[in-house]
Ligand binder design. Structure first.
Ligand SMILES: NC(=O)c1ccc[n+]([C@@H]2O[C@H](COP(=O)([O-])OP(=O)(O)OC[C@H]3O[C@@H](n4cnc5c(N)ncnc54)[C@H](OP(=O)(O)O)[C@@H]3O)[C@@H](O)[C@H]2O)c1
Length: 306
């Protein structure tokens, strides 16, 4: 069983890995049932959704495949996201409330453990978000709140009005997309790596007990493909394979172990729908890479230390 941790400053005990359900509409129902069953057997009972995944289909398939009922619901942790609409972002009260009702209906539940605002809305009215969260909390529809793809100032702006602490920030992070780590290693340098693209979100989240949930932990670029076994990354794959051989695990395990080794206690959201790969990800929770191994993977991804 994978180990547990506290999600942000909430009282939620969560597995250190979460299953991302964005690709659940790409598999057949029996496969989805098997996959979810394996996740539960491994102790990965945290499922990440969004209202837009498969236009709602992923949430529906999930509820059906897990055979949702009160007993099942009690033993899992459900997170979903809203705020992305066609051609815009929308954190209005009306849209958030409507989205949550749709999510609960599709997931066949009457509450979410965590609701995240999916992507910053330029027209956000933080007072309105606070009022909306109050309604969702007091009605029991949502127990905890967080954000996704937000920088520190955007979080502070929301937090000025939202009464409950925001507990998670879901951000793109993998060995090949590590800008939030890179800029912190190149402070004040005249190189590209020093460019701070996120307002030091990694340090901010650590300082404020906000759990970072890395999304797309195996992808390079913006959904361009998987870096593991990819000829575009020969040096990186060679190094990962060497370390995988040492620990007698797969390269998949090492890619996740690299994220888990960071002391920020992140909770990677893994997107595989393959049960064997899921088990490999879970093995990562038992591996503690050495400092030398962690940095050698970082360097093999093409990063230069100052
Ligand atoms: N907040 C946001 O803005 C945001 C954005 C994107 C995603 N997310 C969340 O993050 C989760 C994960 O995102 P993701 O699915 O892009 O992440 P991912 O885990 O990096 O990618 C999963 C995909 O890569 C494939 N894959 C993984 N390892 C592989 C390997 N060694 N060889 C070949 N294929 C491999 C998987 O195929 P198999 O299924 O065959 O293993 C699957 O298609 C999503 O489900 C969603 O919940 C959030």
């Amino acid at each position: 069983m994978v180990r547990k941790m506290r999600l942000g400053s909430s009282s939620l005990e969560v597995p250190v890995l979460a299953v991302g359900c964005m690709r659940m509409n790409k598999i057949e129902k029996p496969e989805a049932e098997r996959f979810i069953q394996t996740a539960l057997e491994e102790g990965v009972n945290f499922f990440d959704h969004a209202d837009i995944y498969g236009h709602g289909e992923c949430e529906e398939i999930f509820a059906e495949a897990i055979h949702m009922n009160d007993d099942v619901r009690e033993n899992i942790i459900l997170q979903s996201k809203c705020g992305i609409r066609k051609g815009m972002f929308d954190f209005s009260k009306e849209h958030i409330l409507e989205s949550v009702d749709g999510i609960l209906h599709r997931l066949r539940t009457d509450y979410l453990d965590v609701l995240l605002l999916h992507r910053p809305d330029a027209l956000v009215e933080p007072e309105e978000v606070a009022e909306t969260f109050d309604i969702l909390k007091s009605s029991g529809k949502v127990r905890n709140f967080g954000v996704s793809n937000h920088n520190p100032m955007q979080i502070q702006l929301l937090q000025k009005y939202v009464k409950v602490p925001l507990v998670a920030n879901q951000l793109q992070l993998s060995i090949t997309n590590s800008t939030m780590i890179k800029s912190g290693l190149n402070v004040n340098m005249e190189n590209d790596a020093a460019v701070n693209r996120d307002g030091s979100v990694l340090d901010y989240c650590r300082l404020n007990d906000i759990t970072i949930q890395p999304w797309s932990p195996f992808q390079y670029g913006f959904f361009e493909g998987v870096f593991l076994g990819n000829e575009k990354f020969p040096e990186l794959n060679q190094r990962i394979d060497e370390i995988a051989a040492k620990y007698e695990v797969t390269n998949t395990t090492i890619a996740i172990a690299w994220l888990l080794r960071h002391p920020a206690n992140m909770q990677p959201i893994i997107g595989t729908m393959n049960t064997e790969r899921l088990k490999d990800c879970c093995k990562a929770t038992t591996i503690h890479l050495t400092r030398e191994e962690w940095y050698s993977i970082y360097r093999a991804a093409g990063n230069i230390l100052p």
